[in-house]
Design a protein around this ligand. Structure first.
Ligand SMILES: [Fe+2]
Ligand SMILES: [Fe+2]
Length: 440
């Protein structure tokens, strides 16, 4: 597309009366599709990378991309020519499908951040160059902001990439982008070479059976009843005689383990790509919230003396839920785990308040507030996901059946991750008790 707004002085508009608006709306549409498709495909990187900080960063970038997409859509809808609907053109979708295809997750991350996102930054820069800043002020201000975000994303990801050399994989993705004329489709298309092979057509993407936690020790579950075996001792959590400092350590471990919610929720986006964008926007918020809840524990525990290299990560929930449909995954998450967590968390919050630890109280208060939002998302979006999958049972009946199916799958896919560390090596309830009493 050649923009009629291109700065050719004195030139007459190339198209019809509204051509200037339609050209820019076409650009905004393309940018919306790219940001939205980033959300539903880059989420597949989250459970495949092992570095916890990288998981958190990806959740943050996905949330920001969802924000860009929403603002682009809102502004685009004010303009003639943005088009109806929210679907992504197949030639864009193919590129993202290709980008997630490497088995090596860091290679895939590099493809996104060294090819697809720099091309997005350059598309935003082109937008600013071509539009009229007075006439199209609302879009210009948005795009100026997004350019700053994209530049920051590029810096933030840098520590997680391997080298600065462009790999064969990155060159392969460049070819895909050149074939569509860049994200604004405004450059002449460069046909793919004759020997070009799409990876995803041979090997359709599917979620791994387990999530990656890198060098961290793992186990099936951190909840149990044995102080010498398990870090979160259920009885202690509810017992009014338990030292509040022990409760605080346990709740931070509980929060940190919400990383399992990060990993399994991240699988839902790719499986529901035809969902309304508003659903992915709320899911992106949900995902980012869980990544912050996990950080509450991940950042606080070392300050309280817990050695994170000895704290096992629980994998059961991902392992079981990935066997279920996205509607079942989302139903278990919102209608069962989240809706069911409030009474225990309320007791825990009251115990922690005994410590006059303002930071802990604040983190728990925001966690509770966020969780209330997540249950609302569940009520709003579960029926939509069910509809998308052709599920016709009433919601309550579906949720009941899902609980039963989860129990059955838990027998087969739960409890299969052995402890990486012996009870003496790993953090247990008894260790927390010692740590809490010494800490004072
Ligand atoms: Fe949470
Ligand atoms: Fe939540």
């Amino acid at each position: 597309m050649v923009s009629s707004n291109a700065k050719v002085s004195g030139s007459r508009p190339l198209g019809g009366r509204m051509a200037a608006v339609k050209d820019m709306a076409g650009y905004l549409r393309a940018l919306f599709e790219v940001e939205r498709e980033f959300v539903s495909s880059a989420t597949t990187l989250i459970y495949r990378v092992g570095d916890v900080e990288l998981k958190y960063l990806l959740c943050q970038h996905v949330w920001e991309a969802a924000g860009h997409a929403r603002f682009l859509r809102e502004r685009g809808r004010e303009l003639s020519g943005f088009g109806k609907g929210e679907s992504v053109r197949s030639k864009f979708r193919n590129i993202f499908e290709e980008a997630i295809s490497p088995n090596d997750a860091i290679q895939a991350v590099a493809g996104f951040y060294r090819v697809l996102k720099p091309a997005l930054l350059s598309a935003y820069e082109t937008y600013l160059e071509e539009t009229n800043h007075l006439a199209d002020w609302p879009s210009s201000k948005l795009v100026e902001e997004f350019i700053l975000d994209e530049k920051r994303h590029a810096e933030e990801i840098q520590p997680y990439l391997r080298s600065n050399e462009s790999s064969d994989w990155e060159k392969h993705l460049e070819l895909c982008l050149n074939a569509v004329g860049g994200w604004l489709t405004h450059r002449p298309s460069v046909p793919l070479p004759d020997d070009f092979q799409w990876s995803f057509t041979d090997r359709p993407y599917c979620h791994p059976d387990t999530c990656n936690r890198g060098d961290y020790p793992v186990c099936s579950s951190v909840f149990g009843n044995e102080p010498s075996e398990d870090p979160i001792v259920r009885e202690w959590l509810e017992d009014p005689k338990t030292d509040a400092r022990v409760i605080r350590l346990m709740v931070y471990i509980w929060l940190m383990m919400e990383l399992d919610a990060v990993d399994y929720l991240a699988t839902v986006f790719y499986d529901t790509r035809e969902a309304p964008f508003d659903m992915h926007f709320d899911l992106a918020r949900h995902l980012w919230d869980e990544s912050r809840h996990s950080q509450f524990g991940f950042r606080q525990l070392p300050k309280l003396g817990v050695d994170l290299s000895k704290l096992e990560h629980s994998l059961d929930l991902y392992n079981i839920l990935v066997q279920m449909s996205p509607a079942e995954r989302y139903a278990m998450m919102t209608m069962e785990f989240e809706a069911g967590s409030f009474p225990t968390k309320a007791k825990v919050m009251d115990r922690v308040r005994e410590l006059n630890d303002f930071e802990a109280d604040t983190l728990l208060a925001f966690d509770r507030n966020d969780e209330q939002g997540h249950v609302r998302y569940g009520h709003r979006w579960l029926p939509e996901i069910m509809q998308l999958l052709g599920e016709t049972r009433p919601v309550a009946e579906f949720v009941d059946a899902t609980r039963i199916r989860f129990e059955a799958l838990a027998k087969e896919f739960g409890g299969i991750t052995p402890h990486s560390l012996s009870p003496e090596e790993r953090v247990t309830g008894s260790d927390l008790l010692k740590l809490a009493t010494v800490e004072a």
